[in-house]
Design a protein. Structure first.
Length: 179
C-alpha cells in the first residue's frame, strides 16, 4: 500500500524525512523485540510513521531525546496492540466441537498458553499452519486465503479442518482432555 503524505511546508517535509531516516532502524529494532517477526515489525514501524505524520506538529526538535522517546512510545504501543490482537485471534478461535467430545476452544481458552499453541502450530505441516494463521491471526475470509495461496475455497476449508484436528490431537496427547 502506498500512502502519499502531503506537507504544508518544506520544513515539515524535511522534519518528517529526518525522523524517518534517523530513527527507522531504532524503531524496527524495538518493534522486532516485541513482535519477534520481521514483517510484523515493519508493519508496526510503518503504522508508527503514519501516526508521526499525523502528530508532526507535536515535535519541536527532531533530534531531542524527548522526540526519540515519543517515537519509541508510539512504535511500542502499536507493537503491543498488534501482539494483543494476534493473541486474541489465537485464543478466540471458534472451533467446531470434535466428534469425540473434545472441546478444543474451551481447552485453549482456559488451559493452554498462547505460546504453547504457537509452538504446536509451528510443528504442523506448513500447508495447514499457513491456512490456520491466515484465518485466525489475520482474520482473512476463506476467499481471501484461497486467493492469497492460489488454492480453492474448498481446499481452504479442508486444510482448516485438518489443522484444527491436528491441534486438538496434539493437545489431547499432552493431557489437555476435557473435564
Amino acid at each position: 500500500m502506498i500512502i502519499f503524505l502531503t506537507f504544508s511546508s518544506e520544513q515539515e517535509q524535511d522534519k518528517f524525512e529526518y525522523l524517518f531516516h534517523q530513527y527507522k532502524k531504532l524503531l524496527l529494532h524495538h518493534t522486532y523485540g516485541i513482535l519477534k517477526d520481521y514483517a510484523l515489525a515493519e508493519d508496526a514501524v510503518s503504522e508508527a510513521y503514519i501516526r508521526v505524520y499525523k502528530n508532526l506538529h507535536k515535535i519541536d526538535r527532531p533530534d531531542s531525546p524527548r522526540t526519540v522517546a515519543f517515537l519509541v512510545t508510539i512504535a511500542r504501543n502499536i507493537s503491543l496492540t498488534m501482539l494483543a490482537q494476534e493473541k486474541k485471534h489465537l485464543t478466540e478461535v471458534l472451533f467446531e466441537e470434535q466428534s469425540d467430545g473434545f472441546d478444543l476452544e474451551e481447552t485453549i481458552l482456559t488451559r493452554v498458553s498462547t505460546a504453547r499453541v504457537q509452538e504446536l502450530l509451528h510443528q504442523m505441516r506448513e500447508e495447514l499452519r499457513g491456512v490456520f494463521i491466515l484465518k485466525y491471526t489475520y482474520d482473512l475470509s476463506h476467499r481471501e486465503i484461497a486467493d492469497t495461496l492460489g488454492i480453492s475455497e474448498n481446499n481452504v476449508t479442508v486444510r482448516l479442518h485438518r489443522a484444527k484436528k491436528t491441534l486438538a490431537a496434539a493437545l489431547k496427547k499432552e493431557g489437555f482432555e476435557n473435564g
